[in-house]
Structure formats: structure tokens, C-alpha cells
Design a protein around this ligand. Sequence first.
Ligand SMILES: [Zn+2]
Length: 399
Amino acid sequence: MHRKTPLKIIGSNAERTRLHNRKVVLGHLRSHGKLGRAELARLTGLSTQAMSNIIAELESEALILAGERQTKGRGLPAVQYTLNPAGAVALGVEVRPNAILCALVNFLGDTLYTKRIHIESSAPAVVLPAVKTACDEALSSIGKNAPPVLGAGIVMPGPFGRVGLTGAGKAELVGWDDKDPQALFEDVLQVPVRVENDATAAAIAEQTTGSATDLQSFCFVYFGTGLGLGVISNGEILRGAFGNAGELGHVVVERGGRLCSCGNRGCLETYTSRMAAREFLQKRGKSAENQKDLSDLLAVNDPDLEKWICEAADPLAQAIGTLENLFDPEAVILGGAMPPELLERLIAKLNLIDATVSVRADRTLPRVVRGASGWMTAALGAAALIIHDTYIPSISKVA
Ligand SMILES: [Zn+2]
């Protein structure tokens, strides 16, 4: 499966500047809630005339709303502008080996619709029409006068491209090896498409509506079938050259340890992941196929699950120490398809490394926190990524 890494906007021709300035204005409105024209001009360093043009353009596209006038100091009270939740929508789709999860969000990232569809195969010939139908249903759910669709975020399990890890993990989709998913999905959906891995999309969901709404730099450890990582640094997504940054599950934590599906030994996800929990419990005659099984075992304080939590906590704590030293995050968030109470217990058992750059006297947040998003996390995150692309994300630190 091939994936293009979008190029950064680095030019300065008029069109690019205009698009950039629009994004800056939307970013400020997003982080401040509401602002007047003069405040926007001051925050962005743009002239009042330039600001008036951008505001007129965004208002005509219904992406922003002019609200009440608000008095600030002397002079005529200023009109306050806000983002218009109903100004646009974005689609998010997570493709799993046996299911498609579809979400629709408004311009603020609020969820309007979600649905899970079972699929018999993850082959493109099955997935593409199923995604098209799911997206059509999502859009028709909000009525005839749906606002413009900004695009669709499609989440697929990485890694992308033929790399050493291809074939790793049991979450792999069949039949996509030599395909360009972005082009195929754009063809059937007829909207701009962005393909992202599940952990990164989940991290964005967590920043939009979850535990990271006030964070600019954080690591999101994602319990999918394996173990993924989304890194947000100063509001920007860390993606790597080929979109494959964050294969945390295949970081070796014990040399010569357990054999992993990737061919290496001692990978983190052979100890700490849903698969690892399932195998550990299966060996002890217990079923842990899904979140409910795990929740049921937790509810009765199952001693084998307790043992697994203790076993999983140690390599995870080591990995978290490494993430802290590598990325200097405000916090490490654990989330994904694990029961929240299991993540809480795992966090409680973490014996974190005493000396990392994250051990600071001025800390206000715990070093590790539990994610707040649910089972639709990656699909909602994929939709949120499309919204995320419409504004400059790291504005609050700049302002
Ligand atoms: Zn591995």
C-alpha cells in the first residue's frame, strides 16, 4: 500500500499566502472561541484591510459567523466572529480487516453520525463500495441541505509501503499491497481524501474532544490490534518520511524475547497489547476476544488478568520512559480499544522510570493519563484530521 506524504506549504505566492492566512485566522478563532476584527488583525499581524477580505471570504463560505457586538474599551463595540459549526462537515472512516467504521463530524469536530458495518473481506473490491455506501448514508442522515464536505479521512492500519515490517500484525488488510488507497478512495467518494494510520488519527481525536484538548505536545499510545503511537509535537503531527513513524509495538523491549509476528523477538506488543492479553488469558483457559470479555474479567478481579496487567506494565513503563526522553511530551496518553478501567489499572501499575526529561518540579499533569475517546476514536480522528487541515494548529503557543 502506497501513501504520499503531503508536502508542507513553503512557497509564498499569492494563492498560497491567501490559503495560509485563512488557516491562521481559523486557527485563532478555534483557539480563542470568538474574536473581533481588530483583535484578529493584531494577533495575526495582518493589515485591517487584509483581515476584512479574509473575514468576508470566510463569512460568504459560511465557515465563520458574525455574532453580537462586544464592548472592549472605548469606541464602537466590535463584532465578534466565531467558527460556524454547521459551515462544513468531514467524513472519517476506519477500515479494519472485518469492519468499516464511519463517522461524520461538523466544522468544530462534534460528532453528527457514527455507524459500524461488518465486511466479509478487506479486499479493495469489497471495501471501496462499502465505504461509498456508508459515506452516502452518513451524509443523508443530516438532511438534504448538507453543508460542503471538506473531505474524508481514511484510517488504515500501517505500516504503509513494502517495508521490513510488512506482514507484521494480524490487523493487516488483504489485497492493498500494490494499491494507492488515496487515489482509489478519491475516485469513489469524489472528495479530497487523506489516508492516515490509526494511532495518529486517534491522537487527533483525543486532541479534538478527549483528554488532550489543552495539550500541544503529547504522545498517544494506541491499543488497536497491535500497539501504535501518535505523536503530536507543538500541534503538528509527526509522521516520518513515509507516514510510518510510531510503530511502537515493534520496538524491542527484550532482546531475544518472545517471537513477534513481524519476525523479531521481544517486541513491546508481544507483552503489552490486546493480542498479548488475549493470548495470555487463552493459555489459562479464558476468553478475551473483545472489550466486553476483558471488562467482565476485570469486574470479578480475575487473578489471571491481574497477572497480565502486572506483566504488561513493566515493558510499557520502559517504553514510556523512552517516549518521554525522545519527544518531551506534556503527557503520554493511553487509549484505544481497551476498556477504560483496564487502562486505569495498567496506569496504576506502571513503575515509571524515575529520571526522564518529563520528571519536572513544575508538572501540573500526571505523566501518563487515560484517553477519553471511545471505540470510534480512529474514525472520529480521521474526520477531525480533515478539519485539522483547515487551520494552523499551533496557534495558541504563537499568540
Ligand atoms: Zn514485532
